[in-house]
Ligand binder design. Structure first.
Ligand SMILES: CC(C)(COP(=O)(O)OP(=O)(O)OC[C@H]1O[C@@H](n2cnc3c(N)ncnc32)[C@H](O)[C@@H]1OP(=O)(O)O)[C@@H](O)C(=O)NCCC(=O)NCCS
Length: 215
């Protein structure tokens, strides 16, 4: 039986949903405008050379969503509907209930907190709806802006991991592994602990779905 996943999650400023064929031109335009900023950190950007490539990637992502193999979503501006970037729950282990979050934002939408909000929504989804035991974020330590996302949200820097480099002559790449376990999430000011602290409706910690319905 398929695990039930909401097709749309709304936060105060962003909306997350899987991309469909109609999103291809907007996603393609965002990628085209952001190549320089994305390329050093996101290898798959090089593989998307045409609008048709973007369509194919969206279709593949849709299939993986339907099979619950990977839950990639677009980040949209909730007010205007503008496509801002991508994130999602990846490397899913449904047996262990562990998930990894990745993210990117178009160049002209950086530094407004959209990514931090989107990741927060996914963490809540993972722990509160999908029974997560662990949520992980892997970052290249040289990618300062990326490192700041898990740090800002209270993730625990767990360890350094060496990963083989794409080019066999290069030294292994290093990743910092940030994680949240259920107990960590429960202790976060915006996390599960809000249930026991008696925060009222409309507080910062309210689940994204109900918050959206009220706004
Ligand atoms: C990594 C990346 C996603 C980070 O984007 P970002 O814009 O820095 O992250 P956010 O959207 O969370 O914005 C945070 C900034 O917005 C500011 N901000 C403004 N309003 C905010 C709000 N309401 N809430 C939180 N932050 C807010 C924060 O202070 C912070 O700014 P600062 O860095 O000057 O302190 C982006 O740089 C990127 O796409 N890089 C290329 C791809 C990449 O590296 N992906 C990660 C691979 S692991």
């Amino acid at each position: 039986m398929l695990i039930e996943i909401p097709e749309e999650i709304q936060g105060p400023r962003v909306l997350l949903r899987p991309l469909g064929p109609a999103d291809a031109p907007a996603a393609w335009q965002a990628l085209e405008q952001s190549r320089e900023h994305l390329a050093p950190w996101i290898p798959w950007v090089q593989d998307l050379r045409t609008l048709e490539d973007a369509r194919t990637a969206i279709n593949r992502s849709r299939t993986r969503w339907q099979r619950r193999q990977d839950l990639s979503v677009g980040i949209f501006n909730r007010e205007t509907g503008r496509f801002l970037g991508g994130t999602g729950l990846h490397r899913i282990d449904w047996t262990a209930r562990s998930f990894e979050i990745g993210y990117w934002i178009r160049q002209d939408a950086q530094r407004r907190g959209y990514v931090t909000e989107a990741v927060q929504l996914l963490v809540r989804l993972a722990f509160e709806r999908l029974g997560a035991t662990r949520v992980e974020i892997r970052v290249d330590p040289r990618n300062t802006r990326s490192v700041q996302v898990p740090e800002r949200l209270g993730f625990v820097l767990e360890r350094t991991r060496r990963e083989s480099a794409a080019d066999p002559t290069s030294p292994p790449a290093v990743r910092w592994i940030f994680s949240l376990l259920q107990a960590d999430y429960a202790r976060l000011p915006w996390g599960g602990a809000r249930h026991t602290r008696g925060r009222g409706r409309g507080s910062r910690g309210e689940p994204p779905q109900s918050r959206a319905a009220k706004d």
